[in-house]
Design a protein around this ligand. Structure first.
Ligand SMILES: Cc1cc2nc3c(=O)[nH]c(=O)nc-3n(C[C@H](O)[C@H](O)[C@H](O)COP(=O)(O)OP(=O)(O)OC[C@H]3O[C@@H](n4cnc5c(N)ncnc54)[C@H](O)[C@@H]3O)c2cc1C
Length: 467
């Protein structure tokens, strides 16, 4: 970018909200995945109008723009592949309107996810999607990735709570999509198309989210298994029995030991796997459902089933699950975390398949994740400097994605495609599916300037189109 372009950015955002120094470009060159590309400028927005002005300027000057929440994404979504401008949303973090009567909250897209509950809690409401990154991810990032979380099994994921949004389109127009009513079918489900759009179609600046009443009671338990198969089969059996726990999180032996080395959370080091299970609702129904869970887990290869006797005990177990990724990250220099997902009934086959892949390619893999959603996080523990190990890891990851597809599952349950899974998307949705995505992108962003190169490539323009 040249000096006059930087000056124009400073005119839109003011000088102190535009960075160009190399040390700053390094800080905004990566997210929680493995790709690093330095932008040419970083800007911090505080209003929708500034973003509109930015996109009009970017379109005039043909400059790529990459939206960024907190950069906690695990698929490279906020890495500026074609350099240009990184647009930071994390200073747009106001609660615009809290409407307890309609159980709605409207927030700016840069608000941290965990900052909703203290406001909602004042009216005994809560925002259910709780990704492991809840303490630092933004609502805009959650919507752009359709983030899931630990309560997804009973309460669903981000898409189930998005009612309305204000969006800046790639050429600078400001539009409002969706509606605050319970029902709304006036036109296409346009707010829906932005959920999971990974910053390719527009920049969300305000989002209206649905809230739910806080459950009156929670029952939590830890089921300790002698085999991976036993734990995976128990998940399938619990769902088949008609019970819907709010949480059913899986951790294998490698993950348990990594957690215990990282922080003592009271997990059994010698277990093959554990399930952390929670039921909630009215006290009698939460207790009844947990009794049903106990019957189902006891049919499998279980060693112990213990209920948390206090909220401190429950918090300690949940903390173990929340630090799982950090704990695994401390085992080897690098990790590659995947989120391939299958139907719950196929979870036992998925777990066996992952174990086989680890053995076949001699890889160290920790498995944890949202088992109740069929969404495991096989985590490859690697040293990226070791080329031979990385070659085996690449083969293992490819085999993992194929396994998920063969089991009628998906290559991504919640982290999105971004750059990391881009080479595998065609296997999932076919050439026709890719073509449709390209056509939609072209309609919104004809010059391919908003977060270009993510999810899929755009076709090269033909001689006649470029003329
Ligand atoms: C420790 C850890 C635990 C995690 N646990 C979970 C989990 O349980 N479930 C889960 O789903 N994910 C999880 N994640 C992944 C990540 O936190 C989520 O994908 C989250 O939604 C990203 O939010 P962010 O604000 O950091 O977005 P970023 O990483 O900055 O951006 C993600 C994508 O959203 C786009 N984007 C950001 N803001 C906007 C906007 N306002 N408008 C348009 N596009 C935008 C970006 O361009 C990018 O493509 C975890 C990550 C970590 C590091």
């Amino acid at each position: 970018m040249n000096n006059s372009q930087i000056k124009e950015l400073e005119a839109i955002f003011s000088k102190e909200n535009v960075l160009t120094a190399q040390e700053d470009m390094i800080a905004y060159s990566y997210d929680a995945s493995h790709v690093e590309i330095r932008p040419e400028a970083v800007v911090f927005a505080t209003t929708t109008e500034q973003i509109s002005a930015l996109m009009k300027f970017a379109y005039r000057e043909h400059l790529p723009v990459t939206p960024r929440g907190q950069g906690s994404g695990l698929s490279g979504g906020s890495v500026p592949l074609n350099r240009g401008i990184v647009l930071c949303m994390d200073r747009m973090k106001r609660v615009i309107e809290f409407d307890p009567a309609n159980r709605l909250i409207t927030v700016e897209a840069g608000l941290t996810t965990a900052d909703i509950d203290p406001v909602a809690g004042e009216a005994n409401l809560f925002y259910p999607p709780d990704p492991g990154s809840v303490a630092f991810s933004t609502i805009g990032g959650n919507v752009a990735e359709n983030a899931g979380g630990l309560r997804g099994l009973k309460y669903g994921v981000t898409k189930d709570y998005v009612k309305m949004m204000k969006v800046v389109l790639p050429q600078g127009d400001i539009v409002t999509m969706g509606n605050k009513c319970v029902k709304h079918v006036a036109g296409f489900n346009m707010e829906g198309i932005f959920v999971g759009s990974e910053g390719l179609l527009g920049i969300m600046t305000e989002v209206t989210l649905a809230l739910l009443p806080i459950p009156k009671h929670r029952e939590s338990a830890l089921a300790i298994f002698n085999s991976l198969d036993g734990a995976a089969q128990a998940v399938s059996d619990i769902i088949a029995s008609g019970v819907t726990p709010s949480t059913m999180e899986f951790m294998d032996n490698a993950t348990i030991n990594a957690i215990q080395n990282f922080k003592d959370c009271g997990l059994p080091r010698d277990a093959a796997a554990v399930l952390l299970i929670e039921t909630d609702g009215e006290e009698h129904s939460a207790v009844f459902e947990m009794a049903q869970v106990e019957i189902q887990v006891k049919k499998n290869d279980i060693r112990e089933f213990s209920r948390a006797k206090s909220s401190e005990e429950r918090d300690r177990l949940f903390e173990g699950r929340r630090v799982a990724l950090n704990a695994l990250a401390s085992v080897k220099p690098n990790l590659i975390l995947e989120d391939a997902t299958v139907m719950r009934s196929r979870l036992p086959e998925m777990v066996r398949g992952i174990t086989d892949i680890a053995q076949q390619y001699q890889l160290q893999v920790g498995i944890f994740g949202h088992a109740g959603d069929g969404n495991l996080h096989p985590t490859f523990l690697v040293d990226m400097r070791d080329k031979e190990e990385m070659a085996r890891t690449e083969q293992g990851v490819t085999a993992l994605f194929q396994l998920a597809i063969d089991l009628e599952g998906t290559i991504s349950g919640e982290h999105g495609i971004g750059l990391e899974k881009k080479p595998f998307l065609r296997n999932q949705i076919g050439a026709e599916g890719i073509r449709l995505l390209q056509d939609i992108k072209k309609t919104f962003d004809p010059l391919n300037l908003l977060n270009p190169g993510k999810m899929f490539d755009m076709p090269e323009p033909t001689a006649c189109q470029s003329a």
